[in-house]
Design a protein around this ligand. Structure first.
Ligand code: NAD
Length: 476
């Protein structure tokens, strides 16, 4: 790829990646045009009483693709929200869902506020009003459009959305109302494992990429995660859980960046300890067991093997690309690498694990949550005991035949107990991330026109979306 401009908006960069992969497919030009376009863009302004004043809030919901319904995508609360950004994020959701075989079209929402400037009651008012705007225009519903958490939102906001949506439903519509939003608290129809899902997916995906010895050799690295030096930008939901699982797998977290500063310690940081410090003091600044760097971005250019941007878009750009030392960029955030930085880093031989694949763990587990809401039964409820007693029977038969009793450790290794909901969620997520990576990698290795993993991921996604349009019989 040769980028013709030096600066692209976020949406333009998604279009650029789309075009690059599209040229390697055999998909008809009119169908490509349909896949590329955002199907519905809803821009809204609504008044909310904040203190003694009325504030007019700017917000968006974009449904990028209706090739499968419902549309699916998070809601972002940030002062930087704009239409270009929400359209880019919605488009990425379409391709992301296709890559991990989640049967949704892409969507995304954004509310242009800085959450830290409001108290909980004010945020609740804004969230509920935003939800009622979505209801009015049919932009939310279990079969229409299902939001989830994103930057600046979490389970609390999702429960306000659910409650507002449910309030507006007739009793005959209530049966599936819980499926109108995912990322809810477990007590309100959420699923165990959703909170950590995106970070856990980042870990599974990176672990899989690092398991291919020939790819690691080309980067001058050993296979596996153990001992690899990792830097993480953003210790929020995605960054914290990614860092936690990397550390548990034996990687060394050497640097962390937050909105107000960055820290580095070549010997390793304890993620839990840093998180606790931020919680206690409200800031990463002056964390005592590391070197404080001069600004929040400096750490991205420090020595490491894997760099995990997990904060915002366009963080790796023409301003810092020449200083990046990582051999692998594991995109936890959406759109963290600009096209010009990507071009430069790929030429340098850096491996970029693209956002639309790597952070798909959140939507994958959201899909499980939605299925749970529509089926009205917790995963594992029907078969847990059955499997447990079957396993016990099998073990006692083997013990009888061999004349040897299994030790406690052997029993615990065999995982005789039937699976809980969270075991099934982790297992479904791991299977999804591992098999999706290998699908993308296979295409990348086979098709000479696809020079990098992002192009290969787009190629896989475009073909899957095109296939579902083909079934409609409209396009050639
Ligand atoms: P979050 O709000 O939980 O965390 C973001 C973190 O980044 C915060 O700790 C914040 O202080 C920090 N931050 C903000 N500006 C920064 C800067 N300039 N430098 C360093 N740190 C900074 O958000 P999140 O849900 O973890 O989302 C992060 C990214 O991951 C976003 O791009 C989002 O779209 C993407 N993502 C999130 C999910 C999800 O399930 N939450 C799923 C897929 C993708």
């Amino acid at each position: 790829m040769s980028t013709s401009k030096s600066k692209y908006s976020f949406y333009e960069s998604v279009e650029l990646y789309f075009d690059k992969a599209a040229s390697a497919t055999k998909i008809d030009a009119s169908l490509l045009e349909q896949i590329k376009a955002c199907n519905s863009v809803y821009q809204m302004r609504f008044p909310v009483k904040i203190g003694k004043k009325i504030e007019v809030i700017e917000a968006y919901r974009v449904q990028h693709s209706h090739h499968k319904l419902p549309c699916k995508g998070g809601i972002r609360f940030s002062s930087k929200v704009n239409q270009d950004e929400v359209m880019a994020l919605a488009a990425l959701m379409t391709y992301k869902c296709a890559i991990v075989d989640v049967p949704f079209g892409g969507g995304k929402g954004g509310v242009k506020i800085s959450p830290s400037k409001y108290n909980a009651a004010q945020l609740e008012r804004i969230t509920r009003r935003y939800t009622s705007e979505l209801i009015k225009k049919n932009f939310i519903g279990p079969g229409l459009d299902v939001p989830a958490p994103d930057y600046g939102t979490g389970a609390r906001e999702m429960s306000w959305i659910l409650d507002t949506y449910a309030t507006f439903q007739s009793s005959s519509n209530m049966v599936d109302a819980y499926g109108c939003v995912t990322g809810k608290p477990v007590g309100q129809g959420g699923i165990r494992g959703r909170t950590e899902a995106t970070g856990l997916g980042v870990y599974y995906g990176t672990r899989e990429a690092c398991s291919h010895a020939d790819d690691m050799k080309a980067l001058g690295l050993e296979p596996g995660l153990e001992g690899k030096k990792v830097i993480v930008q953003g210790l929020g939901n995605v960054g914290y859980y990614s860092a936690k699982y990397f550390q548990e797998a034996g990687a060394i977290i050497v640097g962390i960046a937050e909105y107000d500063g960055s820290i580095y310690n070549a010997k390793g940081l304890d993620v839990e300890d840093v998180k606790k410090y931020i919680k206690r003091t409200g800031s990463i600044v002056d964390y005592p067991k590391a070197k404080m760097l001069k600004d929040k971005k400096s750490v991205l250019e420090m020595d490491c093997d894997i760099l995990v941007p997990a904060a915002l878009e366009q963080q790796i750009n023409s301003g810092n690309m020449k200083g990046i030392k990582a051999k692998i960029i594991a995109e936890g955030a959406n759109g963290p690498t600009t096209p010009e930085a990507e071009e430069y880093l790929l030429k340098k031989g850096v491996m970029i694990l693209p956002d639309m694949y790597l952070n798909a763990g959140g939507v994958t587990v959201s899909y499980f949550e939605w299925l749970k809401n529509l089926s009205h039964v917790r995963f594992g409820r029907m078969d847990k005991r059955f499997m447990q007693s079957n396993n016990e029977e099998l073990v006692s038969l083997v013990e009888k035949m061999t004349g040897r009793s299994l030790s406690k450790t052997e029993r615990s290794k065999l995982k005789l107990k039937g699976p809980d909901e969270v075991d099934l969620v982790y297992s479904g997520l791991e299977e999804t991330m591992v098999s999706a990576y290998n699908d993308i990698r296979e295409v990348w290795k086979k098709n000479k026109k696809l020079e990098d993993l992002r192009s290969a991921a787009f190629y896989v996604a475009l073909n899957k979306v095109a296939e579902s349009y083909a079934m409609l019989g409209i396009f050639p």
